[in-house]
Design a protein around this ligand. Structure first.
Ligand SMILES: [Zn+2]
Length: 615
């Protein structure tokens, strides 16, 4: 049910003329299939950051429309603003959100770059994950010299654009296109109005750290005495070590603290090894983390304002936990946190699972429960509302008219009506889903109790796997009633000429094979549900014995139902090799499922008899 989702965040060099900005965003929306999430114009920067999401195909199309329109409405010859820039569309990153890899986003960037260069005559540089060479990964390096230095840059063979002409496009300048991780704008709220407290935490968290101090640094680091490098005295910012030379302290930082001192100093605008007379720096706790402290009037609170530039490396919940610890050492309290804009589902699921695990629960919970755990544990409603549907990107999509959206009464009534769908296939899928759900239930009820230590790993595995199988089978409830769509479409094809007749028959046959795949998947997944339910019959709480037993039997109905639906569709397929192969596969799966159903039933009966007789 998860559909691939990509975010695109183009920056346009127009922040003042609302009409021009609207022409660009109108073009993006008119390309179709994308949702405009945010338009953020800046007067001083004279620049607008636009954020939209959609399928990989849709964002690629919409980004091109935006770049083409920006080239028409913006003239770089008369542009000046406070932000570095070199083109009308200055930078255009693609960001994987859900069901898409970074490499797929880099491929979108390359395709778009080629098209922008060819059709619009704009020089294009690729950056970050799409960069063709390491010296073009960093946006600041690519943009150095800005629009004013662009003619000179284009003339330099080392800076030949990746796509488009190596010649000046005076109106549009050049565009930097690429792929990068999702940026999460994340604020941690303190029970204080003092900005200094927030700044102190920010410096301790962020990658570039802070000026190192000595003496009276605990718990308020800023009360210590600033350290600086002197001739023959090169203190380490992280401990009391003092090197005799820059090289000595740099080697110490690498071996003792595992960080690159040169990188740290450069991120603080120093020019190592020429550091004599300059401040010593101490790195923060997290990579890919930028942070400052501020006071927010609307909330009357001090906040640590954080940008997480790679949440796979540094996820929000880890930063929050560190903030809670640092705050408590300073007599402060973290009252909650805030997501500015949107957050990928993956980051929320990771946070939810982190806290579920710490709370002694299995990770086999329904997706909405995991997301709610994340919202509550991160304290995301502390200063503003947090509506999961609006704030989380990449949630599974269930169409409004889907069968699985109906109530149990309504669905059952729908099955009973004189229309052929939904029928046995959808009911079989639902049966399998319920079997998996029962397996998850018993595993979760049993897990983590007195005396279950040895069984806990298996129970945790069953709970998590059962959720996955359940969600797959829930999706199959609707997929089954749509399974014949291809066959139905083929039925309606014209049959005037012999060629048309042949095409129609070929398409009908293809439709039938596609219709076989859905119940086959239902049967396979239902068998997996049987195995999970069988496991909790043995490992689950004895009071839940009948729940596990029902799970095995109802999931067996899912296997049987799926296989019968495969067989009924096979009778009309004319490819004997395909039919023979499927028949063998069906026979094998049926034999396994039958044996498991019988064995599980006997085991349950035996234990129940034993329990009664032991009374
Ligand atoms: Zn040290």
């Amino acid at each position: 049910m998860t559909t691939p989702l990509v975010e695109c965040v183009p920056n346009f060099s127009e922040g003042r003329d609302r009409a021009k900005i609207k022409r660009i965003t109108d073009a993006i929306e008119a390309a179709g299939g994308v949702t405009l999430l945010n338009v953020d114009p800046g007067m001083d920067t004279h620049r607008t950051v636009v954020t939209f999401v959609g399928s990989p195909e849709a964002v690629e199309r919409a980004a091109f429309a935006g770049i083409a329109t920006a080239a028409q409405v913006i003239d770089m010859r008369v542009h000046s603003g406070a932000h570095p820039r070199m083109g009308a569309t200055d930078v255009c990153p693609f960001v994987p959100v859900e069901g898409v890899t970074m490499e797929e986003c880099a491929a979108i960037a390359r395709r778009l770059g080629e098209r922008v260069g060819r059709e619009l005559g704009i020089p294009v540089y690729l950056y970050e994950a799409a960069a063709a060479m390491p010296e073009r990964r960093n946006l600041a390096d690519v943009r150095r010299g800005e629009y004013e230095g662009l003619a000179k840059k284009l003339a330099d063979p080392a800076w030949k654009p990746d796509f488009g002409p190596a010649a000046m496009n005076p109106g549009a300048g050049a565009t930097v296109i690429g792929a990068r991780p999702f940026l999460i704008a994340y604020n941690v709220n303190l029970n204080s109005t003092d900005k200094n407290h927030a700044s102190d935490l920010a410096f301790a968290l962020r990658e570039k750290g802070r000026v190192a101090r000595s003496g009276n640094t605990a718990p308020y680091y800023s009360r210590g005495k600033k350290l600086s490098y002197r001739e023959g005295s090169f203190p380490c910012g992280s401990c009391t070590f003092v090197g005799k030379s820059y090289d000595e302290v740099a080697a110490h930082c690498t071996s003792e603290h595992h960080y690159d001192l040169g990188e740290l100093l450069r991120s603080n605008d120093l020019d190592p090894p020429k550091v004599v007379g300059k401040n010593v720096y101490r790195p923060g706790l997290f990579k890919a983390c930028k942070a400052i402290g501020w006071y927010v009037k609307d909330y009357d609170r001090a906040q640590v304002s954080i940008n997480l530039t790679n949440f796979h490396l540094t996820p929000p919940h880890e930063v929050l936990e560190a903030s809670r610890k640092l705050a408590s050492e300073r007599g402060l309290l973290v009252t909650g946190s805030e997501i500015v804009g949107v957050v990928p589902m993956a980051a929320m699921m990771q946070a939810g699972k982190h806290y579920l695990h710490k709370q002694g629960r299995t990770l086999g919970q329904p997706v909405p429960d995991i997301l709610n755990t994340a919202v509550r544990s991160l304290g995301l409603t502390d200063v503003a509302p947090f509506h999961v549907r609006e704030k989380v990107l990449g949630l599974p999509v269930v169409p409004a008219g889907a069968l699985v959206q109906r109530t149990v009464i309504d669905f059952t009534d729908e099955v009973s009506r004189d229309s052929p769908a939904p029928g046995g296939g959808s009911v079989a899928a639902l049966a399998g889903a319920l079997g998996a759900a029962l397996a998850s239930m018993v595993a979760n009820l049993t897990y983590g109790k007195e005396g279950t230590e040895e069984r806990d790993p298996e129970l945790a595995r069953v709970a998590e796997e059962a959720q996955r199988i359940k969600d797959q089978l829930i999706a199959a409830v609707d997929a089954d009633s749509d399974a014949f769509q291809g066959f139905m479409d083929a039925l309606r094809l014209p049959q005037g000429t012999p060629e048309e007749k042949a095409t129609r028959i070929r398409k009908m046959q293809e439709g039938l094979k596609a219709a076989v795949q859905v119940p086959w998947s239902t049967a396979e997944a239902s068998y997996a549900a049987m195995q999970l339910a069988r496991s909790v019959v043995t490992h689950g709480n004895p009071n839940s014995l009948s729940d596990g037993a029902v799970g095995v039997q109802i999931a067996f109905a899912g296997v049987r139902g799926g296989l019968w639906n495969v067989m009924i569709n096979l009778k009309d397929i004319q490819d004997p090799g395909y039919v023979a192969e499927k028949r063998t596969a069906c026979a094998n799966l049926l034999a396994q499922a039958k044996a498991l159903a019988e064995e599980a039933a006997s085991a349950v009966d035996e234990r129940l008899v034993g329990m009664i007789e032991k009374r």
